[in-house]
Design a protein around this ligand. Structure first.
Ligand code: ADP
Ligand code: MG
Length: 348
C-alpha cells in the first residue's frame, strides 16, 4: 500500500482521534476508572497505531493484534520486497494472499460503484508525484498523460487468488488497507473474548462495543482547515470512523499551490472536486475506507447520491467553502465544535 512515508507532524494532524483515550506511542498499559484498560501502540504501515482493550483477555488480544498487523503489512505493502503486491507489480502476475484478494475485489467493486473514483491502478501516477518516496514534484504533463493512459482498475484480472495485470499496470491498496486492518483487529479481539476495545490506525478509528460502562465512545474529527484542532464529535459503538483529507499528506509546489495524496483518476492531479475532508461511519472499516477515498474524489453530489441509494453508512463531508454536511443517522450524537456552519443531509 502506499504504507506511506508519513512524517511525525503529519501523523499528529491525522484525521480522526479518540477523545480522552490517546496514549503516547511509548506507553503500553494504563488502568482507567471503569475497567482495566490495556494499551498498545505500534508503528506499522508507516503510521502510528494505537489500540485500547478492556477486560481479562485484553493483553492477549492486543498482542495477537500486533502480530496480525505485522502479518498484514508484510502481505500488503507495495514497497516491501517480498510482499505479494510487490511481486505482483514486478511480474505482472502472481498468487496473492486471501487478504490481498479481498482488498482487490472490494476495490474493483467500489471502483465500479463510484464511476471509477477509486482506482487502485493509480500507483505509477502516485510514484511520479513522489507520494511513495516523499521526493515530491509536479509531474511533466506528457509523462503524466502517458502514465494515466495505462490507469484502469478494470484491466485487473482476478480469479480466486490469481491476479494478472497488463503491461505497465501496477496497483496500490493504500486507499483501503487500514480499514481492512482495523476490521481484522476487531475480529481478532472478539475471538480473544474482548467486548470493549477501540483502535486508531493513523487516525482511522474502529471500536468493539462501547466503553466498559456501556456508554458510547466519543470520536473527534479534525478540522481540515486547522488540522491540529477538532471540528466535531460523534458517538459510536461497534463502528468504524474513517477520514480522508487533503491536509493529511501534501506538498507545496514551486508554483505555491498545495498538492495532496488523493488523486483524481480523471486527470492524474490531486482530487479537487469541492471536498476537503470526507468521513465515513459504518460497520465495515474496509467499506468506510474505500468510500472515504472514493467520495473525496467524486465530490459531494455523487457522495450524497450514493448514500441515498445505499443507506448502510453515515458520513461527514466538509466542502472547500467551509461548510460541514452530515447525514441524519448521526444527527443525535453529532456535535459541531467548529465555527463552520453544519447542515444535516436527509434521505428525502
Ligand atoms: P489515508 O490512508 O491517508 O488515511 P486514504 O484512505 O484516503 O487516506 O488513502 C489515500 C491513499 O490511497 C493514497 O496515499 C494512495 O496510496 C491511494 N490513492 C490515492 N488516490 C487514489 C484513488 N483515486 N483511488 C485509489 N487509491 C488512491
Ligand atoms: Mg480510504
Amino acid at each position: 500500500m502506499s504504507f506511506k512515508y508519513l512524517c511525525i507532524s503529519a501523523l499528529l494532524i491525522s484525521c480522526t482521534s479518540l477523545l480522552c483515550s490517546c496514549s503516547s506511542p511509548l506507553s503500553s498499559s494504563v488502568t482507567e476508572s471503569g475497567g482495566d484498560a490495556q494499551n498498545l501502540d505500534v508503528f506499522a504501515m508507516n503510521t502510528y497505531m494505537s489500540m485500547k482493550a478492556y477486560g481479562d483477555n485484553a493483553q492477549k488480544a492486543l498482542d495477537d493484534s500486533r502480530e496480525l498487523i505485522m502479518r498484514l503489512e508484510s502481505e500488503l505493502s507495495v514497497t516491501d520486497e517480498g510482499s505479494c503486491i510487490y511481486e505482483l507489480n514486478k511480474n505482472g502476475k502472481g498468487t496473492v494472499t486471501d487478504s490481498a484478494a479481498v482488498l482487490i475485489n472490494k476495490a474493483v467493486e467500489i471502483g465500479d460503484r463510484t464511476g471509477g473514483a477509486l482506482d487502485i491502478s493509480l500507483y505509477p501516477v502516485l510514484k511520479e508525484w513522489g507520494f511513495t518516496t516523499e521526493d515530491y514534484h509536479i509531474p511533466d504533463d506528457k509523462i503524466l498523460a502517458d502514465l494515466l493512459s495505462d490507469v484502469d482498475y478494470k484491466s485487473i484480472s482476478i480469479s480466486g487468488n490469481e491476479v494478472t495485470l497488463p503491461e505497465n499496470v501496477q496497483i496500490d491498496l493504500g486507499a483501503l488497507a487500514k480499514g481492512y486492518t482495523s476490521d481484522s483487529i476487531m475480529e481478532q479481539m472478539s475471538a480473544d473474548g474482548v467486548d470493549s476495545a477501540i483502535v486508531s490506525l493513523g487516525g482511522n478509528v474502529q471500536a468493539i462495543g462501547g466503553k466498559p460502562d456501556g456508554s458510547a465512545w466519543k470520536v473527534s474529527v479534525r478540522d481540515p482547515f486547522a488540522p491540529d484542532t477538532d471540528m466535531c464529535i460523534v458517538e459510536i459503538k461497534d463502528k468504524a470512523v474513517i477520514t480522508s483529507g487533503n491536509y493529511e499528506r501534501f506538498f507545496t509546489g514551486d508554483d505555491g499551490k498545495n498538492y495532496w495524496h488523493i488523486i483524481d483518476p480523471a486527470d492524474g492531479y490531486p482530487a479537487d472536486n469541492g471536498l476537503v475532508s470526507t468521513t465515513i461511519i459504518g460497520d465495515s472499516g474496509l467499506e468506510c475506507d474505500a468510500l472515504s477515498t472514493a467520495f473525496f474524489v467524486a465530490g459531494k453530489d455523487k457522495a450524497v447520491d450514493y448514500w441515498r441509494s445505499d443507506r448502510s453508512f453515515d458520513m461527514i463531508l466538509v466542502s472547500d467553502d467551509g461548510k460541514i454536511y452530515y447525514t441524519e443517522g448521526i444527527a443525535d450524537s453529532f456535535k459541531n465544535i467548529s465555527s463552520m456552519e453544519a447542515e444535516v443531509l436527509r434521505l428525502d
